[in-house]
Design a protein around this ligand. Structure first.
Ligand code: PAF
Length: 283
């Protein structure tokens, strides 16, 4: 595995790979690699001969109250994990080479990014699509793998690809869960062991919603209320939002129509940690 820090060098390597008819798959991360990221690498391997993993803690997607400096950066451990997962190139640029002094062009998302994570984290998705576009231009992938855990991010990136005619296919990777159902995330390390085991309640909420839909409850507000109650009755757990959305438009849905796909989106505060999760629910 080769470690590259210079965007120009990465771009030149990607161009050469393309000229040699190599299919490039990219997995973009902010580091602190875990099982979820490794599952994305595995998926990339299936569709691409060369896998590039990017590690860049993107300052532009952190909200004004979020602590960029506190974000975990276990680089040596990440290098070892990436190597053992079979990554070919690890691209890990310095912030100054991605956003040099005179940098001034940013992308702006539309309505898909307005609610939920976009509402609670102002500027977040504009920062995401700007860096993702830069990383696409630097790594020149044919395929890019993103996790379904960040469902709204995935939808925003699919929209970016369509709106800007990018010739890249997006693969969605299923959520990886811990034994109790907690979605694997870099933020889980901030939970106490007690909080971590209690956090299975979030997944139980998703399963409850699935069960209620299967029982033909079509008032989605009723189900949301039940899920919120389940979560808030766990000491220290406070839902930030729980909402059903149409799975393609991300517009909130109030009643379940037969034969449609919805997504239940959840964000939950546990102490200083904010966990997100979601589940696709078919009627
Ligand atoms: O999902 C993430 O880790 C980040 O939002 C991404 C896609 C790497 C962009 O910084």
């Amino acid at each position: 595995m080769q470690i590259i820090t210079d965007p120009g060098q990465m771009q030149a390597i990607a161009e050469k790979l393309r000229l040699n008819r190599q299919l490039i798959g990219v997995v973009m991360t902010m580091g602190a690699l875990h099982e979820g990221h490794l599952s994305l690498v595995k998926l990339a391997r299936k569709s691409a001969g060369t896998v590039i993993l990017t590690i860049f803690v993107n300052p532009r997607q952190f909200g004004p109250t979020e602590d960029l400096l506190r974000y975990p950066r276990p680089f040596e451990q990440d290098v070892a994990l990436a190597k053992s997962a079979g990554v070919d190139y690890l691209f890990s640029p310095e912030a100054g080479s991605i956003y040099p002094e005179h940098f001034q062009t940013t992308l702006e998302c539309g309505t898909l990014a307005a609610r939920f994570e976009g509402e609670q984290r102002p500027g977040h998705f504009n920062g995401v699509v700007t860096v993702v576009t830069k990383l696409f231009n630097i790594t020149k992938p044919h395929t890019a793998i993103f996790g379904e855990k960040d469902a709204q991010q995935l939808a925003v990136i699919r929209q970016l690809i369509a709106d800007l005619n990018m010739d890249i296919s997006i693969v969605a990777a299923p959520i990886v869960r811990e034994e109790n159902g907690l979605a694997v995330s870099s933020r889980n390390i901030y939970l106490s062991s007690q909080e971590r085991s209690a956090a299975g309640i979030i997944y139980q909420g998703i399963c409850h919603a699935e069960k209620r839909i299967a029982e033909h409850e079509n008032n989605l507000q009723t189900i949301v209320k039940e899920v919120k109650e389940m979560i808030s009755s766990t000491p220290g757990f406070h839902p930030a939002y729980v909402s059903f959305v149409d799975d393609t438009t991300f517009q909130p849905a109030e009643t379940a129509d037969a034969g449609k796909e919805y997504r239940l989106l959840l964000a939950v505060h546990v102490g200083k940690v904010r966990l997100i999760d979601n589940g696709k629910i078919r009627t």
